[in-house]
Write a protein that binds this ligand. Structure first.
Ligand SMILES: Nc1ncnc2c1ncn2[C@@H]1O[C@H](COP(=O)(O)OP(=O)(O)OP(=O)(O)O)[C@@H](O)[C@H]1O
Length: 582
């Protein structure tokens, strides 16, 4: 077996195995067994229909009205059975499909949302673009294609064997160079479908790559549409619509160009496959006609032969009919395997970020000999150490782009390109307040309490926190569900972030320019509130305005380093512990 095929089968097995070994295996196994039984039942019914053909057309030829009506009755019974089996076979298959899809979706969503994976996946390279598409479309496609292709394969094989036997028995000998060759109809069907399969394979092969790229271009285009929707305000204010429009047209041109490739290839394939299936209607009559006209078989035998030929040919042509879907299936398996590999890689990544340790009780947070790198290998920061005892407040200062936020990412476990130690007290709440706090599309109460459920605090506490942070006008809207990050001003969002901090009362608070959009007076009020309401909370604040130093005990600065790294951390205690300004 060629290496590519072996790899495909092993990828397929790797994606399929977990479900069939899961806790759902018994119920779904039973369901699959019933579906397989029904597929075999359909083939059996087709065999009975085929025999019926012989008797029915003979009754017509012989003008035997009794036999005609008896066979009419038999047809009714067979057709009823066929309809029932066909309906339930599809119904149960769809039931199995949604069970399998639900399980896989849950598994991949959980792995994607394993702490920090969703962020770190961006460093994993090309195969992990658009995880949303992997989780929604590809899992669905994979389950649907795997079930329909494997069951179709089973049906085709069983049908091929059954009707080959029938065709063999119905065929007479043909003579080639005076040698009698038995099973002429079977050989004719095999040669006809075999040649067809090979030609289809040859013509349709490029569709695999084309379909893979089509899905990628469609997803890129959709993603950029969503970005424009999310940033409509900024785009409108810059007057960037033209620029965005050009970008979208450019992305859509990839969709169109690739689609033309698919169309051209599909056209070639359809030229062939449409001609091929038309020829298949008349071909068996041509092959069987000599025996009919010579009287070797009756009309019933001719019709049964033609019908059996049709079944053998369609079973053999299964590969032809399924060609495009096989190509799509392989593309889906490739994409999911890439996603799976990237997630696995994250689990075993050598770039594990800071080494985390539990700090001894009462010792506080400590960074030891920390260095930060960029994905391209350049060193941002080297040899940094910093302690943050419980309840102490330290300001982190430094020029733009020196790596302050990256240090926060490393502390939060997001940044993989970091080395050194981080000691943190265990089981104590940590909260990060970025410049724009993340606001879920939820009730305002839910947005304030995020990531906790609002019920944990109750409306009164949430309202008090909001009012204290200068948002009393929002208190009446706590139950409203809105896209809050599009509605509130950036300053209001920052105030909401402080309300969240007061509500969640973390022991460790990391503020990354959390008051950058506020005027100095409001900034002072909010910091004063933090110090007042959270006196036992240790705070590490990234801030540019020197006035904020007054709310901290120490300042740690990013200062230019010597060779090898861009920056180092320099601690400068403030002259005296700062009194909190009134
Ligand atoms: N995902 C990323 N991939 C590559 N480089 C990155 C990534 N994130 C940050 N950087 C780079 O790391 C450097 C430090 O960025 P960082 O956001 O930590 O700066 P900062 O000190 O917080 O700046 P500012 O004060 O402007 O917020 C910058 O040069 C930035 O371009």
């Amino acid at each position: 077996m060629p290496a590519a095929k072996r790899r495909f089968l092993s990828d397929l097995w790797k994606l399929t195995k977990p479900y069939w070994k899961s806790e759902e295996r018994l119920k779904s196994g039973l369901l699959l067994a019933v579906i397989v039984g029904m597929s075999l039942g359909i083939v059996y019914l087709n065999v009975l229909f085929n025999e019926w053909n012989n008797l029915f057309y003979n009754s017509l030829q012989e003008k035997n009205i009794d036999a005609f009506f008896r066979l009419f009755g038999r047809f009714t019974i067979l057709a009823t059975m066929f309809i029932i089996v066909a309906v339930y076979q599809i119904y149960l298959r769809q039931m199995l499909q949604i069970r399998w899809r639900r399980w896989l979706t849950q598994r991949y969503t959980e792995r994607w949302l394993t702490p920090h994976n969703a962020y770190r996946l961006r460093f994993e390279g090309g195969l992990t673009d658009n995880p949303d598409q992997r989780i929604s479309e590809d899992i669905n496609g994979f389950v649907e294609q795997t079930l329909s292709l494997t069951l179709g394969f089973l049906e085709s094989v069983v049908s091929l064997v059954s009707f080959s036997v029938i065709l063999w028995n119905l065929s007479g000998d043909i003579h080639i160079l005076n040698l009698p060759i038995p099973g002429s109809m079977l050989w004719a069907a095999l040669v006809y479908a075999g040649v067809g399969s090979l030609l289809t394979h040859y013509i349709g092969r490029p569709l695999i790559r084309l379909n893979f790229f089509q899905q990628r271009y469609e997803a890129d285009f959709r993603f950029n549409l969503v970005r424009v929707r999310e940033n409509a305000e900024a785009i409108g204010l810059y007057g960037g619509e033209d620029q965005e429009g050009r970008g979208l047209v450019e992305r859509f041109s990839h969709v169109v160009a690739n689609w033309w490739g698919i169309m051209r290839r599909q056209k070639r394939l359809t030229w062939f496959s449409a001609g091929y299936s038309q020829a298949a209607i008349i071909f068996p009559f041509l092959v069987a006609a000599p025996r009919y006209f010579s009287g070797a078989i009756h009309l019933g035998g001719l019709m049964q032969t033609v019908s059996a030929f049709g079944h053998v040919q369609s079973a053999l042509s299964w590969f032809i009919d399924a060609y495009t879907r096989l190509a799509e299936w392989k593309a889906t398996v490739d994409r999911l395997t890439g996603f799976e590999a990237a997630l696995e890689d994250l689990d075993t990544h050598s770039e594990a970020g800071l080494t985390r340790q539990a700090a001894p009780a009462g010792a506080g947070m400590a960074l030891r000999d920390v260095s930060l790198r960029l994905p391209d290998g350049g060193t941002l920061l080297a040899g940094a150490s910093l302690t943050l005892p419980p309840g102490e407040r330290v300001m982190l200062a430094g020029p733009s782009g020196c790596g302050k936020s990256t240090l926060f990412r490393a502390i939060g476990g997001l940044w993989p390109y970091a080395a050194g130690e981080l000691a943190m007290p265990e089981h104590e709440r940590t909260l990060f307040l970025p410049q724009r706090p993340y606001l879920p599309i939820a009730s305002l109460a839910g947005a304030v309490a995020y990531p906790d459920p609002p019920e944990r605090y109750g409306t009164d506490k949430i309202a008090t926190a909001l009012a204290a942070c200068g948002l009393p006008h929002l208190v009446d809207r706590l139950g409203e569900e809105r896209h809050w990050s599009q509605e509130l001003s950036v300053g209001e969002q920052q105030r909401l972030g402080f309300a969240r901090a007061i509500l969640l009362h973390p022991r460790w608070l990391f503020c990354d320019e959390a008051t950058s959009a506020l005027d100095e007076a409001s900034e002072k009020t909010l910091y004063g509130l933090l110090v007042d309401r959270l006196p036992d909370t240790a705070i590490l604040s990234i801030a540019h305005r020197p006035a904020l130093a007054a709310f901290h005990h120490r300042v740690a600065r990013f200062v230019p380093a010597g060779e090898g790294a861009a920056w180092r951390l320099d601690e400068s205690p403030l002259a005296a512990p700062q009194p909190v300004p009134a």
